[in-house]
Design a protein around this ligand. Structure first.
Ligand code: SAH
Length: 243
């Protein structure tokens, strides 16, 4: 039987601790007792661990042996902020598919009230990513940046190849662009930034901004996808080529 996996909030070389809701769930629902075994992720490493102490607000583990961890997909998903329920679904699925970082950005066509509410919402996005990472037995939790205007994100120096999903692009598919990037990188696994527009799509001045900052427009095919579908489809294409 596979052991449940928990992602610890605090750790040192020999122990790790769950706090808050996670600790409460373990103590009350699962009736954790000292001696119970679990897999615990501490600082990106996975350990076979055993419960050492349980109180309602805290569960402490002794870390026994380190297990193999799988790396995240080296992808930063730059996501235009749009309808929160759809966006949250995309955050959850992107986490399951292995995304490394999610950078929420305020685009020209992000609705005003959502742009204003985004700063308060980011903690919830982090919590959802944490839960999804745990559920899909990841050994790390995707980092979710604080929301910033697209102009601030798009123009900082690139960390890797930059691709922007654009439904009006016809000649370059995501797959072709990735093939080229992989060929050019040879054996090094390149890191990627992948931008997805809001419900209304990118505005013309945003397309120009991407263009001026070295982003390449890529297509996922002739049909118009919702942003959350585009996120899942794009990450699946990337995973199929990189993993
Ligand atoms: N404004 C568009 C829909 C935007 S879809 C319309 O209604 O006509 C939201 C985002 O999903 C787009 O900005 C783009 O980043 C991505 N997307 C959707 N379909 C796509 C496709 N076929 N190829 C590439 N990206 C796509």
């Amino acid at each position: 039987m596979t052991r449940r996996r928990w992602i610890a909030e605090h750790w040192d070389e020999a122990t790790a601790t769950l706090m808050g809701a996670q600790a409460e769930h373990m103590a009350r629902v699962l009736r954790a007792q000292p001696g119970m075994e679990a897999d615990v992720v501490a600082g990106g490493h996975v350990f076979h661990a055993v419960v050492a102490a349980v109180t309602p607000g805290e569960v402490r583990f002794n870390l026994l042996t380190e297990l193999d961890a799988q790396a995240a997909l080296p992808v930063t998903l730059v996501m235009a902020i749009y309808k929160f329920d759809h966006m949250e679904w995309a955050i959850e699925k992107a986490t399951e598919l292995g995304v490394d970082v999610i950078a929420p950005v305020i685009a020209r066509r992000t609705e005003k009230h959502l742009a204003l509410a985004a700063d308060k919402r980011v903690e919830r996005w982090r919590r959802l990513a944490h839960e999804a990472a745990q559920q899909s037995r990841r050994s790390d939790v995707p980092l979710i940046y604080d929301p910033v205007p697209l102009t601030a994100h798009a123009s900082v120096a690139p960390g890797g190849a930059r691709l922007v999903l654009a439904e009006q692009e016809r000649s370059t598919t995501l797959r072709n662009a990735l093939d080229e990037i992989l060929r050019a990188a040879q054996s090094d696994l390149p890191s990627l930034e992948l931008a997805i527009g809001p419900e209304g799509g990118w505005a013309p001045n945003e397309e120009a901004l991407f263009d001026a900052n070295g982003w390449r427009a890529v297509s996922l095919g002739p049909r118009i996808l919702r942003a959350e579908t585009a996120a899942i489809a794009a990450l699946s294409v990337i995973a199929s080529l990189l993993e």
